[in-house]
Design a protein around this ligand. Sequence first.
Ligand SMILES: O=C(O)[C@H]1O[C@H](OP(=O)(O)OP(=O)(O)OC[C@H]2O[C@@H](n3ccc(=O)[nH]c3=O)[C@H](O)[C@@H]2O)[C@H](O)[C@@H](O)[C@H]1O
Length: 431
Amino acid sequence: MPPLEDDLFPSTPGKFKIERAHTMNRQLYRCFASTSTMFLWALFLIALTASYLSFQGFVDSGSRYLSASWGGIQWEKQVRTSAQIHRQGGMSVLVTGAAGFVGSHVSLALKRRGEGVVGLDNFNDYYDPSLKKARKSLLNTHEVFIVEGDVNDAKLLAKLFDVVAFTHVMHLAAQAGVRYAMENPQSYVHSNIAGLVTLLETCKSANPQPAIVWASSSSVYGLNEKVPFSESDRTDQPASLYAATKKAGEEITHTYNHIYGLSITGLRFFTVYGPWGRPDMAYFSFTRNILQGKPITVYRGKDHVDLARDFTFIDDIVKGCVGSLDTAGKSTGSGGKKRGPAPYRIFNLGNTSPVTVPTLVSILEKHLKVKAKRNIVDMPGNGDVPFTHANISSARKELGYKPTTDLQTGLKKFVKWYLSYYGYNHGKSVN
Ligand SMILES: O=C(O)[C@H]1O[C@H](OP(=O)(O)OP(=O)(O)OC[C@H]2O[C@@H](n3ccc(=O)[nH]c3=O)[C@H](O)[C@@H]2O)[C@H](O)[C@@H](O)[C@H]1O
């Protein structure tokens, strides 16, 4: 065992430590001049240490019970109840990021089908947490319980798997947003890499191991110019740190599939939009600004070419997620050991018909019946890519994925929801 001093002081290079040790020795010599005094001092110190430790233990356990947002008999009961399967041959799914946009929709769809669903979300403030709380309330009314916690919390994950033998994990918790990565790069590493590994470590050790379906991103295609984007195209030219962390996630999940026999399905989502969406995304923030009479910034690509996205409606994405869970196949490992090969799949989930950003704005103007104040600027070098376009033939074949909502229809549904949730005058200054 290392001496106590090593535990108390950082093991920075020696000078400080050695001098300090000499000085302490001299003082100790003076203090403990006689053996009996030394004995009494030792007794006193032992008693002091013991009472300090027991007090500390009391404080620790007390504060754990007072401040913990998880644990306890009632909590376990809620988790178990939420995870209960209500149909023959159903699954019990742990949905991470359940208070998020895609997570809340997928959780509801699974619950409606009779699957057991337990949510996990850290309710961070990347965007207005009150929207996440509202999604949580909605899920509560459908008897989906969301645990408040982080995917980096290994103890919490282990506890969840202790309480429920999840058959599947739908991993949607992530730091999203392409351009925000320049502001807060560490948050991407924390959630999309460290959090993913923590989750995979838990899943690999679980017995039985769950099958995992998780959110990758269309952004992994980066500067790829071959269209439409197919799963076999190059993904080694990411244009943002967000894209790089999602690409890293694909590599990391591959190793867990290879070493531990975890069944893995990665879904490359293409700019998902719809009711209960993400306020940081263009269609959402444009709507807010248009209604408030504020200008919107529309980026334009090289040589004045409009940017375009394969915008994909949330209901189509949900079908792709559920189809992936249904067809995931089993993980083969147990006790952290692989027992045979397990499926490793990657699918594009897009709409297959890209629309330019100015057209997106025109559709919003039509549905909102308000003209936008467009401020057109050249695309800054902030991680954006000029266009995305999905080839979905693999998902169609393997998952039965067939998007049915075009941007006109999807945005109409979004605007309807937006107005009912925020009202027409949301944020407008009323004189
Ligand atoms: O498919 C994905 O994997 C990603 O999709 C989404 O990224 P993007 O496709 O970039 O969506 P989004 O921000 O709505 O910008 C849309 C368009 O509006 C343009 N845009 C944006 C903002 C602005 O102020 N002006 C503007 O012109 C912008 O230049 C772009 O052309 C998710 O956010 C991301 O988390 C990830 O899931």
